[in-house]
Structure formats: C-alpha cells, structure tokens
Design a protein around this ligand. Structure first.
Ligand code: OXD
Ligand code: MN
Length: 584
C-alpha cells in the first residue's frame, strides 16, 4: 500500500508531469550532483577552491531577487480568517488558477522530493515537511537550511504528519508567480520563483505562515525571531528572542562578538530568523531554531559588523547574487574592502562604479549554522532553551528610543502589535518607507493578525514565567542625519541592561511608553557617545509620539471589531499617560 507521502507525490507528479521523480537522501554526493547540475546550467560558478572550498555563486534570474509579497496569498475558506494585512484568494479559485500554472510545469524536468525536518531531528517540537521541486538550487539550499533527506523519512515513517509543499520554477515570469498557502489543509504551493523566501518552502511558508496557524490552534508560538544566549560573568546564560523585520540585523545580533567580552558578557547563537516555542514543564517558554543554516543578507556584512559569520562563510557556502573578484572570491558592498580593480557584477557583466552596486542589495549567503564560532552548545537541544526576554525592534530614524521595557505582558503585546520599521530590499517594493510590522510578522502571519494579537494575549496568561518584553531601535538618527548609536558588537550594552532589568537591577526612568535607561543606566565605558547623543537616543518626544499614536490608531482600526479589546485599551492608556505627562 502506498504511504501518504507516496500518494501525495504521485498526485503532484500527475499535475506537473515531470520526466522523472527522485527522492532525495540528503547525502553529500547528492549535494554534489545538484551543484553539478547548476554548474552545467551556466547560472552557478565554483569559487576559489583554496580560500572558499566547496563554495559556489548562484546568479538568479534578474527579476527574481527578493520575496514578492504582492503575489503571496493566504487561501483560507473565509476571507476574514486571512485578515486585512494578507492577500487572500478563495482556496478553490487558487487551486484552479495556480493549478493551471503547475499543469505540465515539470515536463522535461526532474521532480526532486525533499523530505525535511524543521528543528533538531530528535526534538518533540520539530515537524516534518516535504517539498517537491524542479530546482536543483532549492534542493541544495534545503540541504543547508534544514535536516533533509533520509533523516526526515525516518522520522516520518508511514505517517501522514507532514506539511506538503509543491514548488516549480515555472517560467520565472513575475506575472505567473504565486506563493499560496492553504492553512486549513496545511498545504503550500509556490510557482514562478526560485528566490529563497519564496522557494525554500520550509522557511517562511511552513515555519512561519503555516506554523503560525498550527501554533494558535495547538497553544504554542511560531515567530520571526532570532534566539540568542547572553552569557554573563560567572557563566550563566540567559536566552532571549528578538523580532526585527527582514534585513534589520537579526543575524548580526544573534551572532554578535560582544564589545563587553573582557567583562564576561558573550553572545551565543541559537537561531537567526525563526523561533518555535512551547511552554515546558519548568513553566518557561522553550524555543528551538527550526532551521539548520543561515540565509543572510550579504551587503553590509563584514569583519566589523559580523566577524562570526565572515569566519563561517569560507567553506560549504552557497552565495546568491553577490559580485565575484578576479580571484573568484565573493565580494559585496560593506565587506570591508574597496572594490577590486576587476569585478564581475551580480548579473554577470564586468562591473564599474557607474553600474550601481556590484552585489544585489538583497544578495545572500546560505551557510550551515554549525560553522559559526558563536553557535550555542544548546542550539540543537531537543527541549529547546528557556526564553526570559522578548525584544521587538525596527529601523526608526526618530520616535523609538534606543531601548525601553514594557510595563507588563499586555503592554508588551501592544508594543509588538504597533511596532514599525522602514522597509528594506528583502522584499520587492519601495525601500525606506515606514510601515507597521507587528512582531515583524506582517508578511508571515498565516491568519488574521487581530486573532494573532489575541493568541499572544492568551499565551501571556498561560505561561507561568512569561518573558519580559522590550523594544530596541539601533537606527535612531541625529539632526545631522547620522546614526546616534554605533550598533553591532556595542549592542551587547543594551542586552546587558535588559538582563539587569530582568534581575531587578538596571537603573531606569519611567516614561509614558515604558521604562527607559536612566542616563547612567547603560554601561558605556570605552565607548564614545556624547551626553547629547545619549540624551537624544533615550528621548521620548511627546510630539513624535502624538503622531505615532495617531498612525498606530489608523493601523489598528483596519482590524475593526476583531481587534482584542486589550489592544484598544493599551492604546487609550498610552494616550492618557502622554496627556498626563504633558499638560496641554
Ligand atoms: C528573510 C526575510 O530572508 O525575512 O529572513 O526576508
Ligand atoms: Mn526573516
């Protein structure tokens, strides 16, 4: 008798009509075969074998370089279940429309069946997915980003407990590109794109959009969060989850080389993008990193900003859309060296400075997580790590101070629900526009975000030791338009204050938005930040917050009556606190 997996694969093959179907085993030899196919296709190049052994550069189609939120859909039966922040399509209409694009899409191609586990192979929190794809690049990337192949088949056995995802490159025409999710069926269909966030279906599609729906139903959390451990003097490690929108520095924070290492503060990486969290018997929320690799933004990454990842990238790494030097080494803006005389642009032509950036602003590296010198000894612990703090953050030139602590869980949920950030190159569309991005989940929540806020509020009641909730902003600018805070390894000073607040220490002043460090609250020794800059970094400007209150109100109104009353209440409380603080 056919297993549920075999039945699904058979149906997928009947629709897409590949020449052959190959089940992937996840072996080294299979990875090599995928790379050989990519090399032969002419869009992939072997990098310098001495300095970058087993590293390759893949060049994508020029109009397939980022996530495409415009063509990403949640296909719930009821439109209201997708909510006002998601694109929605009726599931039957989606099956017809996108099904027509899948019909025969794999003719002349091979369908690779990629069984994978999101999470450590032996963790009870992990889940199995299966992606059927016609892209060797996707197979190779999935091998880095997940536990893939036989290990997943072993975990699955004859069971039907897997999330199926069908993927085809189609003809890569953006007009025929769709990333559709069927949350009630726990099914993903993606056609017309080979870009990581659209095509590696374990990542955004399963681990966030589908998993967020499962998490709500089953009482756990699937979040767009890095997970790090902050070691303090004496060796105690405190774990924190942090949600920042795409390309706002989650990877750099998770892998940070601490500026306070000589004082005993060190950062350990558990994950850089996604956290799955369940309440454990000890009363804490425990997190696992469902991924096995980092799919990070290359531009802006260098020895100054993220030395750990730079060390990790020298072997077994798949680069996408970076530039290449004459020595066949990868290069990108912000790597820390001037562009060499001879450079090939990400699109493949010879580069000169009149041609814009040499690497695409959303160029990526895909690297096994275990290669990072900062990887936590607990990163594959089956029981996960206990989370003591959540940190929300975004890019805000104004308004949000460097760091503040919410008054309690309900207020913290409001802080997350109203967080905003300037858009980046990780998704197509305008860059630098401020948009509300609740909990950094706007593009990734698989259901109505009003219900998602409700789920957060509910979890707060159920977790015996809930994490304390903070907000950070590394990107505040002074009147001269320059960043006020040095960021990167210095951000550990903010983590140290957060830790001190959790331990009932850490000097703070109460403001209408929450607790902000007192002028002497942050450890700033050895750092050149003037008193004026610090004052500006920690300032809570009533005028800015007046605008912020109005803007967040407009955003929350989108959810109508479905918005939990607690969120409305917190908005009113914030407004009252300002009016009490600033007599008008
Ligand atoms: C990512 C993203 O790639 O958020 O992680 O876009
Ligand atoms: Mn992300």
């Amino acid at each position: 008798m056919a297993t549920p997996l075999e039945t699904w694969v058979e149906e997928a093959a009947q629709l897409t009509k590949p020449d052959r179907v190959v089940y992937c085993d996840g072996s080294e030899a299979e990875y090599r075969r995928m790379v050989d196919l990519m090399l032969r296709a002419g869009d992939t190049f072997t990098l310098n074998e001495k300095t970058y052994p087993n590293c390759h550069l893949h060049r994508s189609s020029v109009n397939d370089v980022a996530r495409t939120e415009r063509v990403t859909f949640i296909c719930s039966r009821d439109k209201d279940d997708a909510g006002p922040t998601n694109n929605w399509m009726d599931p039957d209409a989606a099956k017809r429309k996108v099904g027509a694009l899948f019909d025969g899409a794999m003719r002349g191609r091979t369908m690779y069946v990629v069984p994978y586990i999101m999470g450590p192979a032996n963790s009870p929190i992990s889940k199995v997915g299966v992606e059927a794809t016609d892209s060797p690049y996707v197979v190779a990337s999935m091998r880095i980003m997940s536990r893939m192949g036989q290990v997943a088949l072993d975990r699955l056995g004859p069971s039907n407990e897997f999330v199926p995802g069908l993927h085809s490159l189609g003809d890569l025409d953006p007009m025929r590109r769709y990333i559709v999710h069927f949350p009630e069926e726990e099914l993903i269909w993606s056609v017309g794109s080979g870009y990581g966030g659209n095509a590696l279906l374990g990542k955004k599609c399963f681990a966030l959009r589908i998993a967020s729906v499962m998490a709500r139903e089953q009482g756990w959390m699937a979040e767009h969060m890095l997970v790090l451990g902050l070691e303090s003097p004496g060796g105690k490690v405190t774990y924190m989850g942090a949600a920042f929108p795409s390309a706002c520095g989650k990877t750099n924070l998770a892998m940070m080389v601490s500026a306070l290492e000589s004082q005993g503060y060190r950062v350990w990486t558990v994950g850089d993008d996604i956290a799955w969290m369940k309440i454990a018997d000890d009363g804490y929320l425990h997190a696992i990193n469902p991924e096995a690799g980092f799919f990070g933004v290359a531009p802006g990454t260098g020895m100054h900003t993220n030395p750990n990842v730079m060390r990790a990238l020298h072997k077994n790494t798949l680069f996408t859309n970076v530039a290449m030097t004459a020595q066949r080494e990868p290069w990108w803006e912000g790597i820390g060296s001037d562009p060499p005389a001879e450079l090939t642009k990400w699109k493949g032509e010879k580069w000169d400075s009149s041609k814009g950036p040499a690497a695409h602003p959303n160029a990526r590296y895909t690297v096994p997580a275990k290669q990072s010198p900062s990887i936590s000894p607990k990163w594959e612990a089956p029981e996960g790590v206990p989370i003591s703090a959540f940190i929300f953050g975004g890019r805000r030139a104004r308004v949000a101070p460097l760091v503040y602590e919410s008054f309690d869980w309900q207020h913290g949920v409001f802080v997350g629900a109203t967080m905003a950030s300037e858009t980046t190159a990780a998704a197509t569309g305008d860059v630098g526009i401020t948009r509300r991005d609740p909990m950094a989940m706007l593009p990734f929540c698989g259901y109505n975000m009003a219900d998602y806020f409700g789920h957060w509020l509910e979890m707060g009641k159920r977790i015996p030791h809930p994490p304390k909730i903070f907000h950070v902003n590394w990107f505040r600018k002074g009147a001269d338009g320059k960043f006020l805070w040095p960021g990167f390894g210095e951000n550990v000073r903010v983590l140290k204050w957060i830790l001190e607040r959790m331990e009932g220490r850490g000097a703070a002043q109460e403001t209408p938005i929450g607790y902000v460090p007192a002028m002497k609250g942050l450890t700033l020794d050895g750092l050149k930040v003037s008193d004026e800059a610090l004052d500006e970094l920690l300032r809570v400007s009533p005028e800015d917050w007046e605008d912020e209150l109005e803007d967040s109100k407009q955003f929350l109104m989108k959810f109508g009556a479905r918005l939990p009353k607690e969120i409305r209440e917190e908005h009113a409380k914030l407004s009252r606190r300002f009016h009490r603080a600033v007599p008008v």
